[in-house]
Design a protein around this ligand. Structure first.
Ligand code: PGA
Length: 255
């Protein structure tokens, strides 16, 4: 597990799943399994429609509310978008930014991502910036360069004193929803590379930035992944819709 000054973070990303009533039910089931613990923090990211209801369902407990995206403006004529202040108002703490599904299906660029990161910070939220190479880049051995560039461009303009509020998620696209997770060793290698890049950008302030791994995390590989010092947490998609499994993932033993 990560160094002691970085509290581990496990986020369940529900993506475009669950009705409001099912989301509340699932949130309550997960809340019943998550204990307050000094060494870890557990969050769930429901779709926008369920944020308020899920927030009420988990209020007063250790489970934290997260969102899957935000827009870079505060308010105005941006049909369909949701702003940072709107998320903060309903109790959101973490917000995913630049998930690969948004990059692939909606054409989100590193430049968009950097604007969203700035907006999240302005709103007092904690952005979780997602990066990761596709299969083509991995096959060509270009994953290091691709991810380094994504990190540098996605964090463009973030001031050093804001670094403590950032988290990163390394999610190789070929591992998302495929059942083919990166090995703990391969993930750790990429996490080190990302941490070096964070050091180049933020200097010593990189020490407080958590780097999560995501992509086919389940109860079978969570402990192994979290036993690596380079891995500070997990971003869990499919398995986070299954409360018992997500509870076991969030209960990782680490080192
Ligand atoms: P997965 O998704 O766990 O279903 O692979 C992870 C993610 O996209 O965040």
């Amino acid at each position: 597990m990560s160094v002691p000054w970085r509290r581990a973070l496990v986020i369940g990303n529900w993506k475009m799943n669950l009705s409001v009533s099912m989301a509340a039910h699932t949130a309550r089931s997960i809340a019943a399994l998550v204990r307050d613990a000094p060494d870890r923090e557990v969050a769930i990211a429901p779709p926008f429609t369920a944020l308020t209801t899920v927030g009420a369902a988990i209020a007063g407990g250790p489970l934290v509310l997260a969102a899957q995206d935000l827009f870079w403006e505060e308010e105005g004529p941006y049909t369909g978008e949701i702003s940072g202040p709107m998320l903060a108002e309903v109790g959101v703490r973490y917000v995913l930014v630049g998930h690969s599904e948004r990059r692939v299906f909606l054409g989100e660029t590193d430049r968009n991502v950097s604007h969203k990161v700035a907006a999240a910070l302005r709103a007092g939220l904690h952005p979780v910036v997602c990066v990761g190479e596709d299969l083509e880049a991995r096959t060509a051995g270009r994953q290091g360069q691709v991810v380094r560039d994504q990190v540098a461009r996605s964090l463009d303009g973030v001031p050093r004193h804001e670094a403590a509020r950032l988290a990163m998620a390394y999610e190789p696209i070929w591992a998302i929803g495929t059942g083919r997770a990166a090995t703990p060793a391969d993930a750790a290698e990429m996490h080190s590379l990302i941490r070096n890049e964070l050091g180049a950008i933020f200097g010593e302030s990189e020490r407080s930035i958590r780097i999560l791994y995501g992509g086919s995390v389940g109860e079978k590989n969570a402990d192994d992944l979290m036993s690596r010092g380079e891995i500070d947490g997990l971003l869990v998609g499919g398995a986070s819709l299954r409360p018992a499994e997500f509870g076991r993932i969030a209960g990782f033993r680490g080192l």
